[in-house]
Design a protein around this ligand. Structure first.
Ligand SMILES: [Zn+2]
Length: 128
């Protein structure tokens, strides 16, 4: 997942996408306050180590899921995900509704995939 999408998802959760003013001749390790929320951020080799969600973990998955529900957007997001399915994939052509639901939930309940889908959905939602 790229930083633009991680920033979008982080801000969707109501959290700060921390930004620091980088020092000249940036050392390998330094610590600065976020210019937006003032939290102290440590950066090692150009990488903030304690700021951002990866959106690959169950923790991030559930944070997004809970926020989508709280904002009343869960149903719209589910519809987007259903519309994202490639109908040519054999597993979607199940004989029974139970098999179809089982195939869908197995595909859908995957933290990195779910977070990518939430990012795609939010990016599309922002466009006029
Ligand atoms: Zn911040």
């Amino acid at each position: 997942m790229n930083d633009d999408r991680r920033k979008l998802l982080t801000e969707y959760l109501g959290e700060c996408w921390h930004e620091v003013k980088r020092p000249k001749n940036e050392p390998t390790v330094f610590s600065k306050s976020c210019i937006k929320c003032k939290r102290r951020i440590t950066i090692i080799r150009n990488d903030p180590i304690d700021r951002d969600r990866t959106f690959t973990t169950p923790y991030d998955f559930f944070a997004l899921k809970d926020t989508l529900v709280e904002r009343g957007e869960w149903k719209k997001f589910n519809q987007f995900c259903l519309n994202s399915l490639d109908p040519s994939v054999p597993q979607w052509k199940s004989e029974t509704a139970e098999d179809a639901i089982s195939a869908f939930t197995d595909w859908f309940l995957n933290a990195p995939r779910f977070c990518e889908l939430a990012g795609e959905w939010l990016e599309g939602k922002e466009k006029p």
